[in-house]
Design a protein around this ligand. Structure first.
Ligand code: GLA
Length: 797
């Protein structure tokens, strides 16, 4: 096996230079003659460092007049033209510095030079409790470079995750001086690339509209992707992509950057007039300033970088492997997740023990495995104005407490899960009345409210102890096996009596991670799903604790295609909570078919969030078969490799899951808008073995009679008036089966499978697909052992 880290010139003759090698990625850096760490290569894998014929500085050139400053003993060495892995302020690199330092004498200049390096097998965890990716000597290797500038020591950590093709970078700064220094900016990583006309893709959004991808050329100057809300945020997810202009889902070069952190972040992309592209990522300096006392060290969160020459799908495959292999940990890593029913959209705050048990009983009969009680179970919680922070149960709603409810749910053969929101408190709560000083607030102002609540000061040990104690007691008493951990307001009044204001948000993150560790490490049987009003904290930091995250409060499947699709650039479907809810959507009022609601949720961790008692008999039958199908193909749905198809038509989305052995696949074909006079449609099924034979079947589903309006009279023996009583009765008891589709052929032929036609206004028969607006079909592809003759209701066309 080739070493994952190759070192050249360790004897001091040149460099040294370092080659970090993943299976398909190489990352090369070297130390210049002047001791700066230069970035040399990030891209296609190199067999050997000697492949880089010229390891000499790339951009040596005498400075143009008035453009830069140079080393007195080397006129061709000026920092502004170097591609640097690290830099400073005030020594001629005029781009964004990765560090800013205010020394006790007011000095601002920094110039870090290489001192030594070390190699370690596997990973090196943060000493201060920040989560980092995990790995062992088999799949990861770490390089540590030590740089020094006067009384400051800086360690650059690089870990290569070989199979995942991910390079993780972080920084540890130590103050070796006798006086304190202040640090208003310390990035986790910097890399200087040579621009090739790259475009940037960011995931932007809002509540119920998370992770919408936007792509634009990188403009000269500085582009920022950042969050200042105290969360990694639904506004701008920390994941950022840089792509060549021609890059699509399946071809072209793509770089990805992300951060193992859940608070304020920034990724800065600076394009210079000389065609250099600097990318930095780390804690957002807005509102940040850390005082590093003599002898202290500060560790940044871990940044992760990856590259693929196989387009965005290639890059996502790297990140998905990385998340499933090195971020999600504990007994739930790569473990099948249960199908759940959550009561939130069905009941909101209004429920009783009886009602919940009835829902659970029906859920069980549908095939659900886990019943989750959401918000509203504690005293005073009749709406979102009161009760948060207290952990006593509302005995009007639940006279036998959580343990009584849990026992009844478990007696039905279901697991029991619970919603909590431990980071906040309502002013109208026992906790706040007892400890009004336990919230983030300045001394001089009334703290602002968000969703009628304040944020608990997790920088303080006594507050953390309270949360750990209270939540732990509830979870144990009710025999809880799943927790939904929510956080529903953004930060303001960022101050605490116990630490300087510029440290509060980062210390809060450390406090939050400590609380999560203390609650859930001793309870490894609990599956944790984190949530922040949906996807307001969908990041690698939370995924180190919660194997899945509630992706969005928007459960409209058409919106979810964009949200889950956007998230999927960085995060695998196994991390995305996805629920089927009632139609029309509570968020958009859009009415969508039950089949499409399932087909979208099946591209994530499936749950239901509706009242089973309100379902018609025919819907119940449909849901029963949905859940049975999902369970049968759970491995494919939760852990199959995801491939997004390039969108050739704006109203079509096609997603594929492939199993590792290449034996089966699932393709979801979604029609976000029906179009008249439709051209022939081809289903692209990627990456099948061209020589092997497969069977493609449309997963059976049914269509609502109501959806046909008065056209149903062409089929019905009795007249049915649109909107009339007969239609309503028929609709509750009968649904029309969708056309049977089965195709067989070689993997090569199926890479472009011509589908039987859609309804186009002139009638339908047994060979007509009926979709309409928001219609969709799931196709199951199974490898055939032998090679049967070509047949089908829709043959190999
Ligand atoms: C947030 C969550 C929802 C639900 C409510 C309960 O909005 O995202 O799923 O749990 O809180 O108050």
């Amino acid at each position: 096996m080739v070493a994952p880290i190759q070192v050249l010139g360790a004897d001091g003759s040149t460099g040294p230079a370092f080659h970090l090698r993943g299976s398909d990625v190489s990352y090369v850096l070297r130390v210049t003659d002047h001791g700066h760490v230069e970035h040399v290569h990030f891209g296609a894998v190199l067999a050997d460092l000697t492949e880089l014929a010229d390891l000499q500085p790339l951009l040596r050139q005498h400075p143009a007049q008035n453009e830069g400053v140079n080393s007195p003993d080397d006129p061709s060495y000026w920092l502004d033209r170097q591609t640097l892995e690290w830099s400073g302020y005030g020594r001629g690199d005029y781009r964004l510095p990765p560090i800013e330092v205010r020394r006790h004498d007011g000095g601002l200049v920094t110039d870090f030079r290489f001192q030594s390096f070390a190699l370690r097998d596997g990973t090196v965890a943060c000493a201060d409790g920040l989560p980092t990716a995990i790995g062992d000597a088999e799949n990861a290797s770490t390089l540590i470079l030590t740089l020094v500038d006067a009384d400051l020591m800086l360690e650059l950590y690089y870990t290569v995750f070989v199979e995942a093709n991910v390079i993780a970078k972080r920084v540890v700064l130590t103050n070796t001086a006798a006086q304190a220094v202040r640090i208003p900016r310390l990035m986790s990583q910097q890399v200087d690339l040579i621009d090739r006309g790259y475009e940037v893709i960011t995931l932007n959004g809002a509540w119920i509209a998370e992770a919408h991808p936007h792509r634009s050329p990188v403009a000269p100057g500085i582009t920022l992707n950042s969050s200042t809300t105290g969360f990694s945020s639904n506004r701008h997810n920390p994941g950022v992509l840089l792509v060549a202009p021609d890059t699509g889902e399946n071809h072209g070069e793509a770089y990805g950057f992300n951060l193992v952190y859940s608070g304020n972040h920034v990724t800065a992309i600076e394009l210079t007039q000389r065609g250099l592209l600097r990318v930095q990522s780390g804690i957002n300096p807005v509102g940040f300033e850390w005082t590093l006392h003599a002898g202290e060290r500060f560790e940044t969160p871990q940044a992760v970088l990856s590259f693929s020459a196989q387009g965005l799908n290639g890059l996502s495959a790297n990140f998905h492997r990385f998340v499933e292999g090195h971020i999600v940990r504990g007994p739930w890593a790569r473990r099948a997740r249960p199908v759940l029913l959550n009561n939130w959209e069905a009941t909101n705050f209004t429920f009783t023990h009886r009602k919940l048990v009835k829902m659970a009983r029906q859920a069980k009969s549908l095939g659900v495995e886990l019943f989750v009680l959401d918000d509203g179970w504690f005293a005073g919680r009749s709406d979102d104005h009161a009760g948060l922070g207290d952990y006593s149960v509302d005995t009007d709603k639940l006279p036998r407490g959580l343990s009584g409810l849990s026992a009844d749910v478990r007696a039905l053969g279901l697991d029991f899960g619970l919603w909590v929101e431990p980071e906040s408190v309502n002013p109208d709560s026992e906790l706040y009345r007892a400890h009004p000083d336990w919230v983030l607030r300045t001394a001089e102002r009334e703290p602002l409210l968000g969703r009628h609540q304040l944020i608990l000061d997790l920088t303080r040990p006594e507050v953390r102890d309270y949360v750990v104690g209270q939540v732990g007691t509830v979870l144990d008493a009710a025999d809880v096996s799943y927790v939904k951990w929510d956080a529903n307001r953004t930060f303001a009044d960022i101050a605490s009596p116990t630490c300087p204001a510029g440290e509060v948000l980062h210390r809060y993150q450390l406090g939050l991670y400590e609380v999560l560790r203390r609650i859930f490490e001793p309870r490894p049987h609990i599956l944790l799903e984190s949530c922040a009003s949906g996807g307001n904290r969908f990041d690698l930091g939370m995924l180190c604790f919660s194997p899945q995250i509630w992706a969005s409060d928007c459960t409209d499947p058409i919106e979810r295609l964009t949200i889950q699709g956007g998230l999927s650039y960085f995060y695998p479907p196994s991390t995305m909570g996805a629920h089927v809810t009632a139609s029309p959507s509570e968020q958009t009022l859009r009415a969508t078919p039950l089949s499409t609601r399932f087909n979208v949720a099946a591209f994530g961790v499936l749950g239901y969030e509706l009242d089973p008692e309100e379902l018609s008999a025919s819907e119940r039958t449909e849901i029963r078969s949905q859940i049975a199908f999902y369970k049968q193909h759970r491995e494919l749905c939760q852990f199959g490799a995801l491939l997004r198809a390039d969108q050739v038509q704006p109203d079509r989305v096609t997603l594929t899951r492939l199993n590792a052995a290449g034996e089966s696949a699932l393709v979801g074909a979604f029609q976000t808008r029906a179009i008249a006079a439709q051209p022939p449609e081809q289903l692209e099924i990627p990456r099948l073995d061209p020589a092997a034979r497969y069977r493609v079947t449309a997963v059976p589903h049914t269509l609502e009679i109501r959806g046909f309006g008065r056209l149903i009279n062409r089929l019905s023996p009795v007249p049915i008036r649109d909107g009339g009583v007969v239609q309503s009765v028929v609709n509750r008891h009968y649904r029309m089966p969708a056309v049977v589709q089965e195709y067989r052929g070689s993997g090569a032929a199926l890479s472009r499978l011509r589908l039987i036609p859609q309804f186009d206004g002139t009638g339908a028969d047994a060979n007509t697909r009926i979709l309409g607006d928001f219609g969709s079909t799931l196709y199951l592809i199974e490898k055939l052992d032998s090679a049967p003759a070509i047949t089908g209701g829709g043959d190999e066309r």
